[in-house]
Design a binder for this molecule. Sequence first.
Ligand code: BGC
Length: 752
Amino acid sequence: MKNLNLASSALLVALALSCGQPAKKAFDGPAYLDESLPLEERVEDALSRMTTEEKVALTHAQSKFSSAGVPRLGIPEVWCTDGPHGIRAEVLWDEWDQAGWTSDSCTAFPALTALAASWDPSLAGLYGTVIGEEARYRKKDVLLGPGVNIYRSPLNGRNFEYMGEDPFLASRMVVPYVQGVQSNNVAACVKHYALNNQETARFFTNVTVDDRTLYEIYLPAFKAAVEGGAWAIMGSYNLYKGQWNCHNQYLLNDILKGEWGFDGVVISDWGGVHDTDQAITNGLDMEFGSWTNGLTMGMTNAYDSYFLAAPYLDRIRSGKVGVTELDDKARRILRLIFRTSMSPEHKRGKFTSPEHYAAARKIGAEGIVLLKNEGDVLPIKDARKILVVGENAVKMMTVGGGSSSLKAQHEVSPLDGLREALPGVEIVYERGYVGDAGGEYNGVTTGQDLSEKRSAAQLIADAVKAAQGADYVIYIGGLNKSDHQDAEGADRELYGLPYGQDAVIEALAATHPKLVVVNISGNAVAMPWVSRVPALVQDWYLGSEAGHSLADVLTGAVNPSGKLPFTFPVAMEDGPLKTAEQYPGVPGDRKWESSFGAVPILEETYSEGIYVGYRWYESKQIAPLFPFGYGLSYTTFAYGEPKVSKAVTTDGSVSVSVPVTNTGSVAGAEVVQFYVADPEASVDRPVKELKGFDKVWLEPGETKTVTVQLTRESLSFFDAARHAWVAEPGRFDVLVGASSADIRGTVSFELK
Ligand code: BGC
């Protein structure tokens, strides 16, 4: 054998020399280490060399964020990190406390709501690429993000980590993000699959939803991510059909791995695994963050007590279960390792580079939405003195909010951003209200002292007084990342602005004609003062470059082009969630035997069905405060007649185009939206649904034709009885506009 190898190597050398090529040494190690081999061959070879114990060790955590590789074979550990807005600071091996590194302060990127509000898939690609570079640099193999749970209620504390209320928009935005991350040999782990649309009782809510709603509203973005090549997906905490979603036969085996053919790894949410037998059979591949039943947290062998650790091995050894599932799990995990840390590409990544900050700034600015601009108050011009009011003008927002909390290398506040952008202008600051003066999450602190002794009345009086003589008053408030605001683990309790902010805004509106209100949040909020405020901007948690992005828009350095990725209703009561059965759920008969004792599982029914977001408001003809897809610009756009490529189609493929002209005096971008209506449907369908969009940049006076391609899928609804997507023959209308409520033209065609 050895001689044969020698002989063949000699032949190769001779061949190479005769072709004038330098000799390439043949790989003489085991096949799984041979980077020239196809991935599946490496996987099978590695698998064939592993013991059962080694395979089981792959399937569960060994620390808070890592799992063991196969040390004997030199197959590395798998390292995960949150996700989704930056690379989380390092924690201790077995604790949430900080490891105390000095080299883990990252670039904080804008919240995913901001990315979704950009309506620009190419920016999603940029986002994925740069955050993937940061993850790779920090030697992470799995980025726990992006999140694509649909915005069902404005009270959901984690909406800021998601991509809005529309499955088509979220689907278009998630794919480039995933591909950008993975271009760095870092797996994106799309979360939280599925039906995890609230934080209240997230560990023990059983969701009942009809199949049509599941397939039309809650699954498409996950499916798009899988079709886009996602290497990992995270199961959610809640239950569906009475099974926990981290080991759920229907969601994981039937749909994800069955219908969609997912070949990647299902990772549990941290502490989302409850049962060894179901974890073995129901589609889970890797278990993380379990509370170890009956053992002290942090005990040295606690990880061996995970549901997929010793209990799994015991079942195999006693012959209670076979190894078919184990081989499948190990195969998927090896695939992930060969796609990431053992990929032949050897990417190295980049961390806190100038390009990363530039990307954060650009994505942030492109996501900001101009909601109101009466009398062209904005952009700021000819100002000598500006009063800035509000805690969110100074409060660092990268810390807090739960697992997406970051230790940012720097964070430019809105106040600092404005001061830097307007050097000749006197900018004075007044607090206006006290929100949350704290600034700590898991041991990462902002170091800001936001303590305040003045009363609420005094703070308002001081702000009003300071407004005298100012050319502009810019109020910067909204929500923050504290509990019951925009934060993981607990939903908001009120739709209105907290901390008495409405009174501050009313007082300023009564004092100054040039009031600009900037709302920073990841959710819609009530705005009872909206008619008294001339200029209104929806800002988001924009990370490191927050202040630069906002200043870019307020000064006009960037012409705003963001559009709302979710509806702002006037009041909560206008929305679809009317009963406790719908939200937050009611205690049912099932019990969860948790480590805190027996907890009744909440039963929750999505009885509003497909009528989520604008689908609801439009079907009920309830005018929202600001509609889905809405956002203004410093210029104006005129839409010409929309046209279809053919009047009749047999397969549903039609292209729709519309000329759009910049009719103002500054350059800017417009998000042109295409909604499909099915007026002749035999089933109840929404008034219309987003099925295409494009963002187009136009110089003043310039016209461009925007074209989108529709397919049979764009025309279909999910027929639960047939378990199939159905496009019914008949007339379809395409409504083309600048928002869901601002339709500029309609064109029809027929499906034969
Ligand atoms: C969150 C996940 C997160 C994980 C690890 C969980 O509590 O739901 O989104 O990735 O913790 O921090």
